[in-house]
Design a binder for this molecule. Structure first.
Ligand code: ZN
Length: 156
């Protein structure tokens, strides 16, 4: 049996441009996650929808903690759910968030989450969709949000 644990992420995908239907599904899914957000301290609710290469969507929400540092962002929740089920090939993530669950501006991923994305995604092609709703979104590559980054390739 192959030991997958040491297999690095493929990062072979050359291009991915989500179509309007995919974008709408990802935004709707991320918005739907807001109801599960556990944010009694910041009251800043975040939802995420992570699209895999085989078309599945893993969801996430932020999960805060009274001791603060054990808190986890929506993006990492989605990534860790996927990776823990053997999925390591990702195309895009949509993130929505806002105070009291109302997205009034883009909720960009924190530096820690960007670093986690660097571990499993091709920075040139992985798309990060920041949205407040179906008709208000912007799409970035990971490289645009994480220039001069450090990732698995630096250790080869
Ligand atoms: Zn984060």
């Amino acid at each position: 049996m192959e030991n997958k644990s040491k297999t690095k992420t493929a990062c072979v995908r050359t291009e991915f441009h989500p179509d309007r239907r995919q974008i709408t599904v990802l935004i709707d899914t991320a918005v739907n996650q807001l109801q599960f957000s556990y944010a009694p301290y910041s009251h800043f609710n975040v939802g995420a929808a992570l699209l895999t290469a085989d078309g599945r969507i893993f969801t996430g929400c932020n999960i805060e903690n009274a001791a603060y540092s054990p808190s986890c962002c929506a993006e990492r929740t989605a990534f860790f759910k996927a990776v823990s089920e053997g999925v390591r090939d990702f195309l895009a993530i949509c993130i929505v968030g806002g105070k009291d669950g109302i997205p009034t501006g883009y909720a960009a991923p924190c530096g820690v989450c960007r670093q986690v994305m660097m571990e499993f995604c091709n920075p040139d092609t992985f798309r990060i969709i920041l949205a407040t709703g179906r008709d208000d979104y912007r799409i970035f590559t990971l490289k645009e949000l994480m220039p001069q980054s450090f990732g698995p390739l630096n250790l080869q």
